[in-house]
Design a protein around this ligand. Structure first.
Ligand code: SAH
Length: 213
């Protein structure tokens, strides 16, 4: 896999463009400037990897738009060694962003094809998340509680199981709403039974589906 000067130049321009769109978190911008996004897409679309758009990956899913990745990651306010649960591994790009920020990442994908592809890719790129093939609606109770949970698919509602897997003071970032569009919510667990919800506006994701495929 080659990361040429041309890729690096295109990447710098992409990062500048998402900065202009309002992303101010310098740690997030820095890691996105470092990670070759084209490694996470099918070969032959290198130029497209550096446009600020979602793009098809296997199993009829998409790699999220870079702006959206930056936005969700900024909302999580990642600290080194944070224990993160990511639901929807997809291409693995968002996983790489979290790892480069120093987080310990547990990631779950319901599409076997994507799970198999990313398992190989992570090894090749020397990324070591704990990655699982499973249904994200269940979370990962054996590894709970988490410092942060990130859902990268559009959820019709926020599963209680996932809220239960948060530490007190921890948050979940999740796009919630119908398939036509979702509100980006950050839900913080204030105490055992109390949650605070903040709304950061409209986004569009592929659906958060039950079960495995
Ligand atoms: N962060 C990924 C986003 C991929 S799209 C990226 O940028 O590449 C969302 C992903 O969520 C898809 O791969 C989809 O298969 C997955 N997904 C949807 N419902 C799920 C569930 N219940 N459990 C785990 N993954 C799920």
């Amino acid at each position: 896999m080659i990361d040429s000067f041309k890729h690096k130049g295109l990447r710098r321009r992409l990062v500048q463009s998402i900065q202009r769109k309002g992303i101010t978190d310098t740690n997030v911008l820095e890691v996105m400037n470092k990670i070759p996004r084209h490694f996470f897409m099918v070969p032959g679309f290198d130029e497209r990897a550096y446009q600020d758009n979602a793009f098809p990956i296997a199993a009829e899913q998409t790699i999220s738009q870079p702006y959206t990745v930056a936005f969700q990651t900024s909302l999580l306010n990642i600290k080194k060694n944070d224990k993160i649960l990511e639901i929807g591994t997809g291409s693995g790009y968002q996983t790489a962003v979290l790892l480069e920020l120093g987080a310990k990442v547990y990631t779950v994908e319901r599409q076997k094809e994507l799970f198999t592809l990313t398992s190989k890719l992570f090894k090749k790129l020397n990324y070591y998340p704990k990655n699982y093939y499973g249904d994200g609606y269940k979370g990962l109770p054996i590894h709970a509680p988490f410092d942060k949970i990130l859902i990268t698919a559009g959820a019709p509602y926020v599963p209680e199981t996932l809220k239960e897997q948060l530490k007190t003071g921890a948050c979940i970032v999740v796009p919630v709403g119908p398939q036509s569009g979702q509100d980006m919510l950050r839900i913080t667990k204030i105490s055992d039974k109390e949650f605070k919800t903040e709304n950061f506006g409209k986004f569009a994701f592929v659906p958060f589906l039950k079960g495995k495929n």
